[in-house]
Design a protein around this ligand. Structure first.
Ligand SMILES: NC(=O)N[C@@H](CC(=O)O)C(=O)O
Ligand SMILES: [Zn+2]
Ligand SMILES: [Zn+2]
Length: 356
């Protein structure tokens, strides 16, 4: 395996992140904004971001929380509900308020209780989005309680995604945070209008991690991690160089107190360590030459956006990750890989455009 002491790549983008609001937003945003040029901001606040004006207001709060000197571009999303008006939605896209729309099947994940209960009712919305060139981002899990939780992504692909894909063949669809070989295979076989984000955590551990000598709530997220063969399929997909798999951290902060609870919240706060964790995966797979495309090119190309001009450097250096990140007035967050040592860190310096 080739060894690298450092790796300089075009600045990456995070195509799926939860920034929350208020004190949590102020705490987590600097981790994302110091590494990534753009990020797709998930709309699952309470109440959710459903209207263009709400997205504009949320975007202003994000910009107000941004540390001085960081050049960061939030791309806002609309939370689809049974009531979404197709004209409002595409007008929000046309005006630039909404980058994309997010489909949460009702009750599939954190704050999805306002989500879509009947996909049939979404047909006019999807038709309008397809016509307008507005991307659809999907949390791909069925909510049918009769379906085993580890099968919910694969069943969603068969029952819901495949029919949508066939019916709206030009709609740009991103299957978010894929966790299965079924997800990877679907995206590979689908045409150019279908992509997927892959998280650092689903590339790093299987479901065993949740049960390692006791229950480990900090490894619990949705879709839940699957068996090892699925993790290996995801690693093969992202390191293959296939252009429709791209970086989306799904950093989803919940306070330690909310995770370490009788009913713990789903989601990992991976923003601080995501890039280092991805780099470790690509290094372990002897595929660091494919890392830049995955992190910094495939997503932008899929969405028809320009590539970032400036660069970022990762240094291969054994680095300790803090156990906790304090959220003033609220508690602490335990970041993904907190309390462990990882073999990469991101150089804090910004490398301007044109210099490698
Ligand atoms: N991934 C998660 O486990 N949780 C996310 C929601 C989501 O992305 O499904 C959250 O908002 O906490
Ligand atoms: Zn999700
Ligand atoms: Zn998410």
């Amino acid at each position: 395996m080739a060894t690298f002491s450092s790796l300089t790549i075009r600045r990456p983008d995070d195509w799926h992140v939860h920034l929350r609001d208020g004190a949590m937003l102020a705490t987590v945003l600097p981790f994302t904004a110091s590494h990534f040029g753009r990020a797709v901001i998930m709309p699952n606040l309470v109440p959710p971001v459903r209207r263009a004006a709400e997205a504009a207001a949320y975007r202003s709060r994000v910009m107000a929380a941004l540390p001085h000197g960081l050049d960061f571009h939030p791309l806002m999303t609309c939370y689809l509900t049974d009531e979404t008006d197709p004209d409002d939605l595409v007008e929000g896209h046309r005006s630039g308020a909404f980058f994309a729309a997010k489909l949460y099947p009702a009750n599939a994940t954190t704050n999805s209780q306002f989500g879509v209960t009947d996909l049939e009712r979404l047909n006019r919305v999807l038709e309008a989005m397809e016509f307008a060139g507005m991307p659809l981002l999907i949390h791909g899990e069925v909510t049918d309680p009769a379906v085993d939780i580890f099968d919910r992504e694969a069943v969603f692909i068969d029952r819901v995604l495949a029919p949508i894909r066939r019916r709206f063949d030009r709609l740009r669809i991103t299957l978010e945070h894929i966790t299965t070989e079924d997800g990877a295979a679907f995206v590979t076989a689908a045409g150019d209008a279908t992509g997927a984000t892959v998280t650092p955590h689903h590339l790093s551990f299987s479901r065993n991690a949740m049960f390692h000598s006791g229950f480990r709530p900090h490894f619990y997220c949705l879709p839940v991690a699957k068996r090892e063969k699925h993790r290996l399929a995801l690693r093969a997909a992202v390191t293959s160089g296939h252009p429709r798999f791209f970086l989306g951290t799904d950093s989803a902060p919940h306070l330690r107190s909310a995770k370490e609870s009788a009913c713990g919240c789903a989601g990992l706060f991976c923003a601080p360590t995501a890039l280092a964790a991805y780099a470790r995966v690509f290094a372990e797979e002897n595929a660091l030459d494919k890392f830049e495309a995955f992190a910094s090119e495939n997503g932008a190309r899929f969405y028809g956006l320009p590539l970032n001009a400036d660069r970022i450097t990762l240094i291969a250096e054994d680095t300790e990750v803090a156990e906790d990140v304090p959220v003033p007035g609220l508690g602490t967050l335990h970041p993904f890989l907190g309390g462990t040592r990882i073999p990469w860190r991101v150089d804090g310096r910004r490398v301007p455009a044109g210099r490698a």
